[in-house]
Design a binder for this molecule. Sequence first.
Ligand code: ASP
Ligand code: MG
Length: 457
Amino acid sequence: MKFGGVCTSSGTNILRIVDIVQRHVKEENKVVLVISAMAGVTDELINLINYALSGNINEVEKSVVMIRERHVQACSEAIRDEGLRLETIRDIEGLIQELYFTLKVISYLKEASPRTRDRVLAFGEKMATRIVWRALLSEGVKAEYFTGGQAGIITDDNFGRANPIMSLCKEKLREILEPLLEKGVVPVVTGFIGQTVEGVETTLGRGGSDYSATIIGAALEFDEVWVWKDVGGIMTADPKIVPYAKSIPKISYEEAAELAYFGAKVLHPLALKPLIGKRIPLRVKNFFNPENPGTVVHHEAPNDKIVKAISMIPSVAIVTVSGAELYEAPLIITKVFKALYDVGANAIMVSQSSSQTNISIVVPEEKLQEIVKGLEEVLPKNCDVTWEGDVCVIAVVGSGMRGRPGVAAKVFSAVAEKGVNVRMIAQGASELNISLVVKRENAIKAVRALHDAFIGG
Ligand code: ASP
Ligand code: MG
């Protein structure tokens, strides 16, 4: 079971975690917990690195004090046993000291390598996980604390977005966690954090606690992996955009992965990967409504609805390269993708005119300037680079559209009826989604129109 940032965000919520765990342990389930940093803490740690880099030690101190307060407060609320509470507060103080020194060093050196960044970002999970662990002990649940690395999540050294080495993870996680599970002990593991073979701490990328949970679930061949969130499961659309969006009861791995890539922030995009081969279901559960079945992600899902969900990536841009001669088009395309790779941007959508003289790529808007600069450096003079910002990608996702004619027609008529112009379109050969780009001012209107047309108003 993985508990996200909202679940750890206060003492009251941490007691709720204890309650859920107690219930499952009583029923003789073997449970491993994976814990995320309190909501907002990882973002604040990133701010702290930036304050330190700009030499703003005042801001660093203010913010570190606030982070400390928040965690100490949660200890007071969640850990009833006085001895355990004081021990945990001491742990928090120690971690806060270490964090502060690390930030001081960053401010002296005016440099934070990806490796140092990971070290800083890991503090959020370490603090929250200690509190949950001691809260469990305090309520009489047998539990043991581990960082992801200590538990056996071994990764490469791609700091900031490290990749698990599954064969090593499997061996280590089993060796370390299985004996505890046999004894009825609940391992409480920090999400998001791994370590290299040499023992250097890494992180799995933003939102990586989901991934930690599925790596562990797959290694131990558990029956299910549950991720507890503050939403009712994977939704048919972002409820902030479509207030009447509903929870999807069943969805396939591939549909859920498609949604993760297309900005529905419910799951880490790689989180499903470890589960697919073993067909271990993932359940997205509502922390505030535990009786609710939530969403089950499995290898198969019913196709009663052609479309399962509509998702949106809000801030993207279209970059168009035109003017290439036909014979040189493949070379130009190679250069375009190399330029994207060099700035670490992914191509969200790609479309090429059949004359092959122009190619349009949708990229994250925050990378636009860097990409354009890179392209202008590498492309020959006869090529033109133009771009268009203030656009959004909308993806219509569902395996029910596979081999079914008329879905695209329905997509276009739904948005056309609302007077929305489509700037670009793409459909993958897997026929799992149709994506379109529209002007930002039309995006909400378009998402609602599509939701109403395929899922219901
Ligand atoms: N705390 C990390 C983040 O905010 C990992 C996670 O929440 O899954 O990205
Ligand atoms: Mg988080």
